[in-house]
Write a protein that binds this ligand. Sequence first.
Ligand code: F6P
Length: 357
Amino acid sequence: MKRIGLLTSGGDCQALNAAMRGVVKSILHGSDDVEIYGFLEGYKGLIYGNYKMLSSSDFSGILTKGGTILGSSRTPFKLMREPDENGLDKVEAMKHNYYKLNLDCLVILGGNGTHKTANLLRTEGLNVVTLPKTIDNDLWGTDMTFGFQSAVNIATDAIDCIHTTAASHGRVFIVEVMGHKVGWLTLNAGMAGGADIILIPEIPYDIKKVVKAIETRHKRGSRFTILAVAEGAISKEDAALSKKELKKKQEKRVYPSVSYQVAAEIQERSGLDVRVTVPGHTQRGGSPCPYDRVFASRLGSEAGKLIMKGEYGFMVGYKNREIVKVPLEDVAGKLKYVSPDATIIKEAKMLGISFGD
Ligand code: F6P
């Protein structure tokens, strides 16, 4: 008999259900002697012992379903070692529930923060296998995370829609794409949507160069310009500040996000009409795209294989077109950034895309 605990933690994304279905289907394919415990709302469910027993029928019909059948929540890693409002030690509580249910392992689906806690649980002696989810595609140790391609599709659709109206009115449009720390989503959606300017956190921008790029386009006869701007895009000036100085400056910021600030600066310097569109959480919503359905199913299936073999302490990732197992201690606490020297950036620049640098 195998007893498996499942949980989805952090911001949701498409294909979480497809991945869990993959895990469970592959395990049940090998044995009927399995119990599945689904912890509700991420680590919270494991901490407070909120779970439901799941059977194969719970995983039927969910391949195409967005969100997560288990619910999710953010439990910041830095608070894991701090007792809750009733003095409960969260790590001890998770261990207690794991042992109380006599689990063989936990299957944890999540992003960067989730992986830090998963690794902590591993160091505390629990058997853990993880799967890489996030629309940001910023997890170290895997070339791809599920959710990313679906979000690229949605953000690209948003840019496509903006393109036609921007062209009609001869306006400058900013589409703000998710990603506070990394720019994979903005870079890919920006290129796919034919954005003229792409601003990402890894390449701080100079507003003078951004305006110059717009004016050059207009001089060459284009009546409109599209910018894809990441939530975490940062000016060269702000990137030079210390963390503390930046935080102080941001606290005084009058704009709801960086895109509105960039819009105001462009408008002031160029006199052009600028509009901002924020697709926001639509980028995490709806059905997974076919790529993510297949990808998440493959990862889930490989995770099932590891569990059946009793191999724990790994994230199932994707490297050089192969599904691989990556030790959790290597993944935890690291982000996969876009390198400003990456070939894709050079290629984008060759296409005439400005990064404002
Ligand atoms: O990590 C995924 C992500 O969607 C980021 O791209 C975004 O910045 C953040 O989560 C939004 O978080 P929340 O859903 O908590 O507002």
